[in-house]
Ligand binder design. Structure first.
Ligand SMILES: NC(=O)CCC(=O)C(=O)O
Length: 303
């Protein structure tokens, strides 16, 4: 824990072992799974496992699940669906899936219970089935747009207080959850930490989704010069919270490499990190920052 920023990373020994099996020098193939989420937790988890296996069959090294993929996205239900990490049924299933498919899994998010607090938490699993990172949503989704949407996660959830990264081979990946993407300071810290990619399991809504969703994803990609992947639940029009869908992966230039519709579907995308290196050399903003003028992030939050 340095300056309020905690990094959770696997040990070098595991890292080396996994790297051999799972990535090459310039990239890997990622799956973004846009799953239908119902009130039946076991069915949600079983569906995720099936789709992870399909991603493996399609040559993917990494599978990314949506925010709140095992439970309805509903403040009144978070506690009821919550489970402990890593001992709960969802974590056990994800760990097993990572091991049997020899994949990395970014387990979207699930309602986590810890010391009677409930968190919106993302877990990450390596191909040995080990939990290598955990991120609790830092910025709770509390908004009120008259005639649009009123949602108050803080009625039911506590916020996380740390930034979290993990390594896939030589690539460093920073984690956020949905509303976290609106806070560019957080992404800037991940960039400063050297992240090659940011992943945000998400569930935007029908009011903000149309204008803000791809804008924010592309903005974070361009200002961090990193890949950004976001996985949403599929849209179910008669549910309490209607998700925007449109899961996507954007490259460091801000180009949308692939985008889902609102329907239940998966994306499989080859990521070539050479493109990222080229961009960082051609537009070297990292070395051009005027930290003599705006030094808040750099001074307060040294990793
Ligand atoms: N689940 C969320 O955090 C939703 C965020 C969202 O929709 C937004 O507009 O921001």
């Amino acid at each position: 824990m340095l300056g309020g920023i905690k990094l959770l990373q696997q040990s070098t020994a595991i890292f080396n072992k996994v790297r051999m099996a799972s990535s090459n020098s310039c990239g890997f193939k990622a799956a973004v799974l846009q799953l239908t989420v119902s009130g039946d937790k076991s069915a949600n988890v079983a569906n995720a496992l099936k789709r992870i296996q399909l991603a493996k069959q399609n040559g993917c090294t990494l599978a990314i699940l949506p925010e709140c993929f095992n439970a309805p996205y509903n403040t009144a239900l978070f506690r009821q669906y919550s489970e402990v990490i890593p001992g709960g049924e969802t974590c056990k299933a994800l760990s097993q899936a990572a091991k049997s498919n020899q994949m990395y899994i970014v387990g979207g998010s699930i309602p986590e219970i810890c010391d009677d607090n409930v968190y919106n938490t993302c877990t990450v699993w390596d191909p040995n089935g080990n939990l290598i990172a955990k991120h609790r949503k830092m910025h709770l989704f509390d908004i009120n747009i008259p005639g649009g949407i009123c949602f108050k996660e803080s009625d039911a959830l506590s916020p996380g207080n740390s930034l979290n990264t993990f390594k896939l081979g030589k690539f460093k990946i920073g984690l956020g959850i949905c509303y976290d993407i609106r806070f560019s300071e957080m992404a800037a810290l991940y960039r400063k930490e050297g992240c090659d990619m940011l992943i945000y399991p998400s569930a935007f809504n029908m009011t903000t989704g149309p204008l803000h969703w791809s804008l924010l994803i592309r903005a974070r990609a361009v200002d961090c010069q990193a890949f950004v992947a976001v996985a949403s639940p599929a849209r179910i029009t008669n549910s309490n919270y209607v998700a925007w869908g449109h899961s996507m992966i954007v490259d460091p230039w801000g180009k949308i490499l692939d985008e889902a519709t609102e329907k239940d579907m998966d994306l499989y995308i080859d990521l070539d990190f050479n493109a990222r290196e080229n961009m960082r050399q051609q537009i070297p903003t990292e070395n051009q920052r005027r930290t003599d003028v705006y030094d808040t992030i750099n001074v307060k939050n040294k990793f």
